[in-house]
Design a protein around this ligand. Structure first.
Ligand code: GAL
Length: 382
């Protein structure tokens, strides 16, 4: 089955073809036709110039529609998963395309360029009593393998029906799902709030350490009151929580990461015993500057290192926001950082940017932006 996208307006799911929705189809079509088509045979990453959004098609010729997810290597293949977005609004609001009525989708590849759609691995429901009733959001889903239980475990920022961000339980929680196989149907286990119910869950990621332990890293939002005026506000900062042995719940071991106020889109990489946490700023879907931390102890001091991007468009992370990083199989110290060039008028037309991670010293890394490149010819930018 092909996911709906802006290149296939006939297959879209919106109900009323209002003037505004027809206008949006027009915007999507004209916007996408301005992008570059992927060249065949696939032989590299085509990020495009900073002003471009490059179409990336799956092996059936449809747009890859797996947003803000990640890539995991298992059983000889890479698996790319993410939220399957709707092409554009279903009601008269531009927010509609940021939701899903289908679920989390997965693709597989042996070369990182040709991706075959495996199908939905966690589906929305049409049952009004289900926690998975769509439209909703499985925001920033991430998957890690548990060596003890031999299960794949997915965590995400859960936003229940109708998928509008909120503060209440049911709109700002951690969702958990589990599967015996990487590309099987994941069983949804429910929602929870790590640390305490007072803390809302927003952008998040998972990290698995070399010793097999797992961690949930998230933007935790807690209500605060100004000691002078008593005025209520929200405090937002990144927290890391150790997962239980089966990765299905959180333990009481956690830490608030210093200097991480209003940082989003966390992405963790480990190299030579050192952890690097790359984050975005907080400006909704608008692009902003990235910055990263480094530490040798997940529950110790984190050092703020500054912007990992190099070159001319660093203030906007080259018009993108980070989503995940993964190790290139069989190549020591080679990681690829993924970001997305979000396009709010038609979220399915957001493009995927693949960056080589270049370690410049034991404590520093760079993300050089390359319009075209491939993992066989690793850049050595210093
Ligand atoms: C972004 C965040 C996304 C999503 C969006 C909604 O900053 O990284 O995950 O929550 O805001 O506006």
């Amino acid at each position: 089955m092909n996911a709906n996208n802006c290149f296939h307006p006939i297959a879209t799911t919106f109900v009323q073809p209002t003037c505004l929705s027809l206008l949006l189809v027009g915007i999507c079509l004209s916007a996408t036709s301005a992008g570059l088509a992927r060249t065949e045979p696939a032989n590299g990453f085509h990020n495009g110039e900073v002003s471009e959004r490059v179409k990336w098609l799956d092996t059936d010729g449809h747009l890859i529609n797996a947003h803000d997810g990640g890539i995991l290597f298992a059983d000889g293949k890479y698996y790319w998963y993410g939220m399957e977005l709707r092409p554009f609004m279903a009601t008269n609001t531009l927010a509609g395309g940021q939701k899903t009525t289908t679920g989390v989708v997965m693709y597989s590849s042996t070369n990182l360029f040709d991706w075959k759609r495996e199908g939905l691995i966690l589906s929305c429901s049409t049952d009004p009593n289900s926690l998975l009733k769509g439209p909703m959001r499985f925001e920033r889903p991430k998957i890690i393998f548990n060596d003890k239980t031999k299960k794949y475990v997915m965590w995400f920022h859960y936003v229940g029906y109708p998928g509008d961000h909120g503060q209440d339980i049911g709109t700002a929680d951690a969702g958990v799902a589990v599967s015996d196989t990487i590309n099987g149907r994941y069983t949804f286990l429910g929602i929870q709030r790590p640390i305490s119910d007072k803390g809302e869950v927003k952008d998040c990621t998972l990290f698995k350490d070399d010793d097999g332990s797992g961690y949930f890293i998230y933007d935790r939002v807690v209500p605060t009151s100004d000691p002078l005026t008593g005025k209520m506000d929200k405090k937002r900062s990144l927290h890391i929580v150790k997962l239980s042995d089966d990765f299905l719940t959180c333990t009481k071991t956690y830490k608030e990461i210093e200097n991480s106020a209003r940082r989003e889109a966390p992405v963790m990489i480990k190299r030579n015993g050192r952890y690097f946490l790359i984050t975005s700023g907080m400006s909704g879907w608008a692009y902003n500057r990235s910055s990263y931390f480094q530490t040798t102890n997940l529950f110790g001091a984190y050092e703020l290192m500054g912007d990992p991007c190099t070159g001319t468009n660093t203030a906007t992370t080259y018009d993108s926001q980070g989503t995940h990083a993964f190790a290139v199989e069989g190549q020591k110290d080679r990681f690829i950082f993924i970001s997305e060039r979000h396009y709010t008028p038609c979220m399915t037309d957001s493009s995927y940017i693949f960056w080589p991670v270049v370690f410049t010293t034991p404590t520093n890394l760079h993300l050089p932006y390359l319009p075209e490149w491939d993992a066989e010819h690793w850049p050595t930018e210093k």
